[in-house]
Design a protein around this ligand. Structure first.
Ligand SMILES: [Zn+2]
Length: 235
């Protein structure tokens, strides 16, 4: 047994290493998600579909170049626990690792071609203080690791997010309007550039719409694409 493996297995005594999806123990060479669950991840393959459901969701609301998500999730589905673990079980590195993997998987699709910067959806500082990290920042870093693109914090959360869970699409849209702003220090640098806004999930698209609108309003000629790790099954 190598020293690294020994440390990994010793750490497992204190922090059980189980698959985030099926909860079975991980093999020494597995990380976060077991081989079988990774193989069966419900890929959207949106990056290969012209005018995919994510792009349809944004159509007519804000001009976007391309939209993609890595996998589908549904409430209560074992794959939804990836998102839960990432955010609430203090495992943002799971997100970074999976986003890096997603970006590598998607490389053949040219989805990332022509993009200049990656911008994570920001968290309001009060939420950042209570959670300790912004999961979208970790996702952005994972994509950066795979693509070599720079990550910049060009969006600011202006107001605290009220909980979205019990709101319908129209209420969510209203509650997210004006919630984000473009960071002034990047407005000149981003003029005419193509940016990728990154978040953990897309459901109604209201958060991403608010972010994209904030950038469009502040920065002349900016082009926007969107990426989320997961997508609620959109029809
Ligand atoms: Zn598994």
């Amino acid at each position: 047994m190598k020293i690294k493996d020994l440390i990994t297995s010793a750490a497992g005594v204190f922090m059980p290493r189980t698959c985030s999806v099926c909860d079975k123990p991980l093999a020494l060479d597995e990380k976060f998600i077991c081989r079988k669950c990774l193989m069966n991840i419900p890929r959207t393959r949106y990056e290969d579909i012209d005018f995919n459901p994510f792009e349809q969701l944004m159509a007519g609301k804000v001009p976007v170049e391309r939209c993609a998500s890595y996998f589908f999730y549904q409430k209560g589905d074992p794959y939804a626990s990836i998102l839960h673990d990432m955010k609430y079980r203090n495992m943002p590195t799971l997100g970074r690792w999976l986003a890096e993997r997603a970006a590598r998987d998607m490389k053949g699709s040219h989805f990332f071609d022509g993009i200049d910067f990656i911008i994570p959806v920001p968290l309001h500082y009060t939420k950042l203080a209570s959670r300790g990290f912004n999961q979208s920042q970790y996702l952005a870093q994972g994509i950066a690791n795979a693509t070599g693109l720079p990550v910049i914090k060009a969006l600011k959360a202006l107001h605290e997010h009220s909980t979205q869970t019990h709101k319908d699409a129209a209420e969510r849209l209203k509650s997210t309007q004006g919630m984000y702003g473009a960071s002034k220090r990047y407005c000149v640098e981003l003029t005419g550039k193509h940016v990728l806004i990154v978040d953990d999930v897309v459901t109604t698209g209201s958060t991403l719409l608010a972010c994209a609108t904030a950038l469009k309003d502040a920065i002349p000629g900016i082009k926007i694409s969107l990426f989320t790790l997961a997508a609620a099954q959109l029809e």
